[in-house]
Design a protein around this ligand. Sequence first.
Ligand SMILES: Cc1cc2nc3c(=O)[nH]c(=O)nc-3n(C[C@H](O)[C@H](O)[C@H](O)COP(=O)(O)OP(=O)(O)OC[C@H]3O[C@@H](n4cnc5c(N)ncnc54)[C@H](O)[C@@H]3O)c2cc1C
Length: 382
Amino acid sequence: MIKMYDVLVIGGGINGCSIAYQTASRNRRTAVLEKNTVGSEASSAAAGMLGAQSELEEYSPFFEFARRSRDMFPELVPELEEKSGTAVSYIQNGMVKIADTPAEQQRLERMYYFQKQAGEHVEWLQPEVVKTIDSSITGDHYGALYIQGDGQVKAPELTKAYAGAAVREGADFYEYTPALEFIYENGRVTGVETPQGRFYADQIVLAGGAWSRFIPPFGGELPPLIPVKGECVGLHSAVPILEKTVHASDFYIVPKPGGSIVIGATEREGEMGKEVSAEAVQHLLHKACRLVPGLSRASWQCAWSGVRPQSADHKPYLGQTAFDGLWMAAGHYRNGILLSALTGTWMADLLEGKTEEQEWVEAFSPRRRINRKEEEIIGADY
Ligand SMILES: Cc1cc2nc3c(=O)[nH]c(=O)nc-3n(C[C@H](O)[C@H](O)[C@H](O)COP(=O)(O)OP(=O)(O)OC[C@H]3O[C@@H](n4cnc5c(N)ncnc54)[C@H](O)[C@@H]3O)c2cc1C
């Protein structure tokens, strides 16, 4: 079987599905190859925070990209829900970022001033005020950053919504169809080999998350990706326990519509695999219940893990690789749900040769210089 497309996306995670939705909407014949099922990896493990303001500490092209992506959700979500029939539970319940050490207080205060300057809505809460924002939070801390408009989605549902909307726009999805190797002809990548036959396309987009580097190179190298496994715990409470998302220095608690509560997440650099360690469950529950004691009344649901794809400099690789015909959209690390909206439109623009934001082209280019130290970590532990 040989199939021909304009755009072939490798990977049915949230970013591959978002790109497919955008290219199919622009009448480009689009297919997605997924080695397992749509959203079966990091995109279904994510807590779903749209945290453009929760991680970045200084102004950069990445911050601008992140907040532009965040700002797309109010319009994009109803569009996807209508086209796919999948509800994604988008809410703007706000986030309290707790300073649990003096060093964290200094870091969050820097973030506060930087975000104020960048025109973001953000407040600094003195320790005694934190409880007035969400009475479920207890304990001694050093103040908090309050991001009133912070939003979240159910990440597995958003992934399905992108995929469903892409199908509605004419994209084909091939599940259980791994891309085994690239077909390289006359100096360019023209297709991929799969167990189900060859797929050819004018443009091939590698969006395989942390697995993107496992397709064998063909006389060259793709940019490095470091897997960073994250483990989470899921609780449920029919009675609301906390309203805001709460983020401390090494864990977070995300209350979801319908009563589920996500507590995450560990950071295990160099690890892949689906197991969840007892240590992770104990650590997350201990920290979360100490900050929000009401959580100990919630019922246990489940624990799970996923693998974040981390690039050499923690920014995604978005753009053309060193190989003609081959593009890349991977390395979204801790922010792939947030960045999915703009990743889709930005990649679709790039594939059409529209490159208005030169700053982003350079900042996210898969051909940008790779830091040697990071490469050593990548080689270290598999
Ligand atoms: C515990 C945890 C919590 C997180 N929380 C958040 C959060 O709150 N907010 C946020 O923005 N981000 C969060 N993230 C990060 C986010 O989940 C990722 O950045 C994002 O899901 C990456 O999406 P992706 O589509 O690039 O990769 P993936 O979701 O990993 O998808 C890649 C897909 O490609 C497929 N694939 C790979 N190789 C091949 C091949 N050769 N052939 C065919 N298919 C292939 C895989 O099977 C997979 O389905 C979290 C991640 C984890 C692990």
